[in-house]
Design a protein around this ligand. Sequence first.
Ligand code: C2E
Ligand code: MG
Ligand code: MG
Length: 610
Amino acid sequence: MDIQASADANGPSAAVLGRLLVIQQAVDAIPDDIRMVDFVLRALSGVPGIADIFLHLVGVNEPDPQLAALLERCATVIPDQPTHNLLRELGPDIQCFPMDTPGQHLGCLVVFVGDKQALQPYLPFLSNISSTINRVLASRRYQLRLAQLNEELREARDQLEMRVAERTRELEYRATHDPATGLPNRALLIDRLQNAIVDARREGHLVAVVYLDLDSFSFMNTGLGNDCGDAFLVETARRLCRLVRESDTVARIGSDEFVILLAGLENIERSSARLSAMLAAVREPVALDGKQVVVTASIGACVYPLDGAEAELLLRRANTAMHRAKASGKDNVQFYASTRDAPVAERMELETELRHAIGAGELTIHYQLKLDVAANRYVGAEALVRWAHPKRGLLPPGRFIPIAEDSALIVALGEYVLRRACLQARLWQEAGLEGMTVAVNVAARQLRDERIVETVRQVLRDTALAPELLELEITESSIMHDLAHASELLHKLKGLGVKISIDDFGTGYSSLSALRNFPADKLKIDRSFVHEIETVPSAAAVALAVISFARTLGMRVNAEGVETLGQAQCLKKHGCDELQGFLLARPVPPEQVPALFRQPGLAEWNPAGP
Ligand code: C2E
Ligand code: MG
Ligand code: MG
């Protein structure tokens, strides 16, 4: 930029002065420092007397090292005085206008003087311009600092808020959780239960409140110390949590008391297995301090809405039921009164009681005799288990075998019956009941386990019963879902010398061709066909087809559930080998068997007649 100097050589040029005033005002409007430097240098370069000019702003542009050394001298930091931009002489022809604010040196305007005299009248204006730059810079630095401070403040506030939130969460967690196990505590449990009730009411679901109390847990604290007690609780919590879904809650609400909420249930029946699984999980030994510790639990349960619609009430009722479980010998499940009659509750109770029944000798075995048709004499008996329940009386197997099958208890129960029946058969041999076989029912679940072969071998050895006197009855339905595996296992069993019969034949929808290579010695026609053999032609057809099929494969045929003489005659006519049913004998306790066995069979078939 070139400033037209006036012709008046003695005084300042009005044009230059006007221009300098414009420059002074323009500085304010230039938004950034670099452009400001550029503008000022170009604008001032035409001022009379100036050889060269340099505007140094700290942190914006740097002077060359030589000038920088000179500028050092002008860098005064004004501590608390208002701005004074005193002209300084840095060298014989170098004028400098420092720009300082309290506490800060912002830069300087350096003028290399060409003609001192010509410059003289403009010096005050240059000083004003440098003051303006100084003011603008100071204000910008201040704004910048302010923004920085604001940012720092915001960051500090954010951090504080984060810490407060963290701490609040921590406090909330502590207020709602048990410190030892990390499980929800009573307060959170009630909250969750209330929510579960609201959801269940809306969706028409049920909520089970399960109160689990460890049996004799206090002995552990006193015997092994509190640390072991705590470790045991943690392990118990872990086991319980594994058995519930994400939507359920496991809470610890007292020293050895847990409450489990099973939410959103469609029916109680499905959850019954989970309650016994909880008992079983607690009962598993826990390794503590080098010892295997076994602690059992008692469970009381109640159900929304059957037992109440309010959280605290449900909890109290579950607790009442838990105390009943304690009173009935611990290690069992009891439901609150109004659910007690529900089938699930009965099932649960039976399962618990059944576990003890075997050891307590409550299972007894009745025997039903089988008649050989050709010889018209008894040849064996089927062992049928009963449960002499201390409160419910004599229970038929239909009431508890399915429960035992569901819970794996069947394996122990099956072995028990097998052992007792084999021993009984051996005793009958010794008592002179010659050739008397004994048939034992084997459940599907027992067949899934290879160990059955070893069990049978062991029992035969222990009881010294001749293997051919033992018959294993396997239902058709239990072999059908894995025929190949069943076939292999039965081959092994047969290898021991025992006989195999297929029970309830006709109900399992087996394909006859599949049975061709099956290692069975006998088919037992299901009693539903026998029952209708005289009245329903299709039932008769099935019975007859089975008989001829078995004959072809060289198997014997037994007909179960023979109740009338007519049925017996019909079966005999079609070549059935063996009969079993109320017509001949009902299942009876073992002491009645010898007398029945020695009877002559069906009187109508005796040569002498009835
Ligand atoms: P199953 O093996 O088919 O036994 C025959 C069932 O028919 C027995 O019922 C017997 O009492 C019944 N029965 C016999 N003759 C007649 C008759 O003329 N009319 C009628 N209506 N019924 C007759 P129970 O003793 O109630 O046994 C039912 C089922 O329980 C047995 O059917 C068997 O599958 C199972 N079971 C019994 N004991 C055991 C056992 O020790 N282990 C296993 N796994 N299952 C067993
Ligand atoms: Mg049977
Ligand atoms: Mg049967």
